[in-house]
Design a protein around this ligand. Structure first.
Ligand SMILES: C[S@@+](CC[C@H](N)C(=O)[O-])C[C@H]1O[C@@H](n2cnc3c(N)ncnc32)[C@H](O)[C@@H]1O
Length: 226
């Protein structure tokens, strides 16, 4: 456990596919998934789908921060793992970005909401599908800011319930979770997050020289211009 994740947070440093293996089946109310967005991270998406399907309580939710070009593929992966695609959420992007090759001005980032079984109705019922975010890249190149997490916690969980975040990065969402009176368990290959990807048994270091290429890749996948 380290302080940056908040007092009481259960942080495990290491590969998400190993260090939270002991999280019990049917114990998590909300899984927040923000894996690296790069084709090399594909095995992490498939793992995250199966893992969240196992650990979620009945009626619990998985929220996947993804890219425009991945939406169809992700729905398939997560539904194949046994979750139900519930609704597309969106995170407004300000300022908007132009993507000239696709002739689009991007005004939001896609976020996919999946449910295990039937959506629970004992937490709040009517969830707004627009996630307000205060963006913050100061701690981490891939940091998502608040990314609607306070809203997701309020609408999809109850006090004392468990929120899981296997790609925790800066720990900002852990601190929000703990402050809201929920429990938190999470992992990252590096305390505070990194621009590295550990997938398919290989560590792809993307720092320094390689960072700009990777950030460009992520922007491409997210449908953003760099
Ligand atoms: C998109 S970032 C998450 C950013 C986070 N939402 C935030 O706001 O800070 C993805 C994170 O996944 C981590 N990561 C990459 N491969 C991993 C693996 N196999 N297991 C756990 N974490 C991994 C990276 O270190 C990085 O911090």
């Amino acid at each position: 456990m380290t302080a940056i994740y908040g007092r009481g947070a259960d942080f495990r440093e290491g590969d998400a596919r190993e260090v939270p293996a002991d999280v019990a089946a049917d114990s998590v109310a909300l899984a927040l998934l923000d894996p690296p967005h790069h084709r090399a991270a594909e095995p992490l998406f498939a793992w995250a789908a199966k893992w969240s399907a196992r650990v979620l309580i009945s009626g619990g939710s998985t929220i996947l921060y993804t890219g425009h070009v991945r939406i169809g593929h992700d729905i398939q992966i997560f539904e194949n793992a046994g979750l139900k695609f519930w609704w597309p959420l969106s995170m407004p992007l300000s300022p908007t970005r132009k993507l000239p090759g696709i002739f689009v001005v991007i005004g939001h980032l896609p976020v996919l909401w999946f449910v295990k079984g039937r959506r629970r109705t004992d937490a709040q019922r009517l969830m707004p599908d627009t996630l307000r975010s205060v963006r913050d890249k100061s701690q981490h190149l891939w940091g998502q800011g608040t990314a609607g997490v306070p809203q997701l916690i309020e609408y999809l969980t109850k006090p004392g319930e468990l929120v899981a975040e296997p790609f925790a990065g800066t720990g900002g969402w852990a601190r929000i979770t703990i402050a809201a009176g929920r429990r938190w368990v999470g992992a990252d290959i590096e305390v505070g997050g990194s621009t590295n990807i550990l997938a398919g048994g290989k560590l792809i270091a993307t720092r320094k020289r390689k960072t700009s290429r990777l950030v460009h890749e992520r922007h491409k996948l997210l449908g953003e211009t760099s």
